[in-house]
Design a protein around this ligand. Structure first.
Ligand code: SF4
Ligand code: SF4
Ligand code: SF4
Length: 288
């Protein structure tokens, strides 16, 4: 934490960064919350540990761009993937961000409990690289951590073994729980449209009230809008108050993008996006 605070203070003092988007401790608790440090004193409040669950990249498209200096951000490896995806989608430019990468040893699933194999965020079981790459600087030490079974992968395999009718019934029952709070959208770094299709009223594409038909439309449209773009940070699932297993949808979409197009979004800022590129070897047998 000292190294992180030192780097943040230096970046603010030198005006390399106008502010640093990071984490601060919730008073009286081990939990953390997103925090924007705008001067050296505030940089002294920055923390990083296994309770830093949020993907802070979501703020890069929502915060006002500074007139001078870059947007500084503290980023785990999975958060860096979201930043790279935003670069690929031309939502930010590389010279607008100062990325302080943090070596990560996993984050908790439940912030009320200590980190353990049983209390490890689902995404950390599958993490391919806890050490961030392509950042302006890196702090901390990456320690090996004990991983648990891939529960999402197991559930997906179970879903895949069902008939289409049974799968439909599964999702119908899950989406029925949706209360249309849009927390999934607000937590997602790749849901940055200035006007979401869910908020359009002329024409209204999606019923605004929580109803079986409207819930289904909302969740399916959101999944399609994230197809080939979701970077699997799990923030939508974590934000959902109805505990809808949105990661099953996201992960499946990512698996299809990999299988059909050998594509993983957020891997390389110079790569074109999946939907924004065409390769002669792409499958086209599904086009009538
Ligand atoms: S997915 Fe990897 S980088 Fe992200 S919190 Fe888990 S271990 Fe850290
Ligand atoms: S896991 Fe959810 S929040 Fe994260 S990028 Fe994918 S859709 Fe967005
Ligand atoms: S966070 Fe959950 S309940 Fe809220 S709109 Fe998204 S899916 Fe529905």
């Amino acid at each position: 934490m000292e190294a992180l605070q030192k780097i943040a203070k230096e970046a603010l003092a030198s005006k390399e960064a106008a502010f640093i988007i990071g984490y601060a401790r919730v008073p009286g608790s081990q939990k953390t919350r997103p925090f924007i440090a705008r001067d050296e004193a505030e940089a002294g409040q920055l923390v990083f540990d296994e309770y830093c669950q949020n993907n802070l990249a979501v703020y890069l498209t929502r915060i006002a761009r500074p007139k001078e200096g870059k947007m500084g951000i503290v980023a785990k490896s999975c958060d860096v993937r979201a930043i790279v995806a935003l670069l690929q989608e031309n939502q930010i430019k590389r010279n607008e961000v100062y990325i302080i990468g943090v070596n990560c040893s996993g984050v908790v699933e439940d912030p009320a409990q200590p980190l353990s194999k049983e209390n490890l965020a689902g995404k950390c079981n599958m993490c391919q690289a806890p050490q961030p790459a392509g950042t302006d600087t890196v702090v901390g030490e990456a320690k090996p951590y004990e991983r648990a079974d891939d529960k999402v992968g197991k559930l997906l395999a179970q879903l895949d073994s069902l008939s289409p009718q049974e799968r439909f019934a599964f999702w119908e029952a899950e989406f029925e729980k949706c209360v249309k709070c849009y927390a999934c959208r607000q937590a997602c770094p790749l849901c940055y449209c200035e006007q979401c299709i869910a908020d359009k009223s002329q024409p209204r594409w999606i019923e605004s009230s929580a109803s079986v038909r409207g819930n289904f439309a909302w969740n399916m449209i959101r999944a399609f809008h994230l197809a080939g773009r979701c970077i699997g940070c799990g923030e939508c699932s974590r934000a959902c108050p109805a505990d809808i297993p949105l990661m099953l949808l996201n992960r499946k979409m990512g698996m299809i993008a990999m299988k059909e197009f050998n594509y993983r979004h957020g891997s390389n800022m110079d790569d074109p996006t999946l939907v924004g590129s065409y390769n002669n070897s792409d499958r086209n047998d599904f086009i009538m």
